[in-house]
Design a protein around this ligand. Structure first.
Ligand SMILES: [Zn+2]
Ligand SMILES: [Zn+2]
Length: 137
């Protein structure tokens, strides 16, 4: 694994995750990046709170199971969830060739660390962001 940069961990092992009911399993065959907590309204509505995710290349992502549904949440992006248990697993921007996956759906231990907060300008008024990670509007 060549990306051993600044504490941002793409651990050398293969990350694996699943939805709550176990119908959908996925794994990454390559490095992940952008370990973020998103505070945007869409992520909060879909996840129930802020959404922690990381990103990998579509070519490195293997998804198995037949209950994955995609919801087109904007003209340029879609959100993947399990139609059996409702777990919010994926987010993908059209044409980017990458998929974001929810850190909460990974099997532990992940060996990962969050890097930043994003869309903080849209965050809910019912909580404070109290850690030292960088915040981006
Ligand atoms: Zn499920
Ligand atoms: Zn978001």
């Amino acid at each position: 694994m060549s990306q051993a940069s600044k504490g941002a961990p793409s651990s050398g092992k293969t990350l694996q995750g699943q939805c709550l009911c176990g119908s959908i399993h996925y794994q990454m065959q390559g490095p992940s990046e952008s370990f973020s907590v998103c505070h945007c309204t869409q992520c909060r509505r879909q996840s129930g709170h802020q959404w922690a995710s990381a990103q990998c290349k579509d070519d490195d992502l293997i998804i198995t199971g037949d209950t994955l549904s995609w919801y087109r949440s904007s003209p340029t992006a879609k959100r993947g969830f399990c139609s059996a248990c409702g777990s919010f697993l994926f987010w993908a921007l059209d044409g980017e060739g990458k998929t974001s996956f929810s850190l909460g759906s990974l099997n532990s231990p992940t060996g990962l660390r969050l890097e930043k907060h994003i869309f903080v300008a849209d965050k809910g008024d019912y909580y404070a962001t109290t850690d030292d990670l960088p915040q981006k509007d």
